[in-house]
Design a protein around this ligand. Sequence first.
Ligand SMILES: N[C@@H](CCC(=O)N[C@@H](CS)C(=O)NCC(=O)O)C(=O)O
Length: 284
Amino acid sequence: MSDYTPPKVWEPKESGGKFASINRPVAGSTHEKTLPVGKHPFQLYSLATPNGVKATVMLEELLALGKDAEYDAWLIKIGDGDQFGSGFVEVNPNSKIPALMDHSADKPIRVFESGSILLHLAEKFGAFVPTDPAKRVETMSWLFWQMGSAPYLGGGFGHFYAYAPEKIEYAIDRFTMEAKRQLDVLDRRLAESRYLGGDEYTIADIATWSWYGQLALGRLYEAAEFLDVESYENVQRWAKEIDARPAVQRGRMVNRTFGEPETQLHERHGASDFDTKTQDKIGD
Ligand SMILES: N[C@@H](CCC(=O)N[C@@H](CS)C(=O)NCC(=O)O)C(=O)O
């Protein structure tokens, strides 16, 4: 048991753990840095974490449909504090990836929060969001479910299971309980429906797959066995089906700085980059 008693007024201190160096109790920029702007209508500033993958999968899916969604994907190294540069903070005052500038409108517009990016692109191109009102609202419900639930999985379970400087049984138990409950919520929905919104693949699936699908496929926190992810059979079926989509495979590679070199495309500025600019081809 901890002998910590919170003081009357909290003061910041060194907390340890994997992300200690980027944690701050205040918002705003720490340094001046202009963001690069490429030639395409969409400028994405991101990293291939589950939240970042949502945006790159969506853009690749739109391109696969033949939509005019060409984009430049610039790498934001959150471990180095790039999210606190002045240019990034102008696009996302919350200093988190992914952040998007849409230059296709008369006046460029900023879009932050991965759910907002998915919805903006879906509405702009009339794709991956149903038009039928009942299916649309079901899709929105699952999209917002994901946005509200994932912090318990990432900031809660993932943080205490994989990243905290010590293994705190209470915290791991609390968030494992919640992560498993969420997997069960999904498993029951996917027992009755091919996709989350119904019979169509939508932004709700893209958002949720990036977290829970990748968790089920054993790609997050090395926690597959601990969470017994194989037992969620409907989640497994859905996760594998989405994983096989070529646009999903491409989207996972963009802004990726970990894993096998041939799976890492640090920056994407055109479709041919997947064939010529992966880390195995260009190195560092
Ligand atoms: N609710 C946000 C969460 C984004 C988020 O948490 N991004 C993380 C990476 S997955 C980040 O940029 N962290 C950097 C930091 O916290 O300083 C979204 O969905 O876009």
